[in-house]
Design a protein. Structure first.
Length: 152
């Protein structure tokens, strides 16, 4: 009579003999914990930069809005004190031109602030991604070396 084999029992039975060609479990857990810690720090640093730059962005935007409101109030006072419609039209055209230039400059400055912010955060994440690839390559090479050594 043939003895029935249980492949699950065979698989779990190999645990008692150790797991050949696997890195040391403590080392693996330690590496994963350190990688997680490093990833968390990189994302935290990127988030801090984004937060700080977002605050700067909104401060700049608020100052620009306050300046525009002040200029608009001054324009209203100035235009209401004019004597002729021609003077009022001239002042309105000048105000519109100044406002457009100011709005364009503010938009450019805000765009540069946002781009700088994302570039800085992106550099941190890209650096960490490169480190992860390097760490994985080193781990794979170390595991490969262990396999070759145990096979020899």
């Amino acid at each position: 009579m043939t003895k029935n084999k249980n492949p699950f029992a065979d698989l779990f039975g190999s645990f008692s003999n150790g797991l050949p060609n696997f890195p040391d479990l403590d080392q693996l857990v330690s590496s994963v914990k350190q990688a997680t810690k490093d990833n968390t720090k990189a994302f935290s640093d990127a988030a801090k930069i984004l937060t700080a730059n977002t605050e700067a962005y909104y401060r700049h935007q608020t100052k620009a809005a306050e300046k525009a409101n002040k200029e608009a109030a001054e324009f209203v006072q100035d235009v209401t004190s004019t004597k002729t419609p021609e003077d009022a039209n001239k002042k309105a055209a000048e105000f519109a031109a100044r406002s457009l230039e100011s709005a364009s400059a503010t938009a450019r400055e805000l765009s540069e602030l946002a781009a700088k912010s994302h570039e800085e955060a992106g550099k941190i994440i890209t650096k960490r991604a490169s480190e992860v690839i390097s760490e994985l390559t080193q781990a794979a090479n170390a595991n490969s070396s262990k396999k070759k050594a145990s096979a020899a």
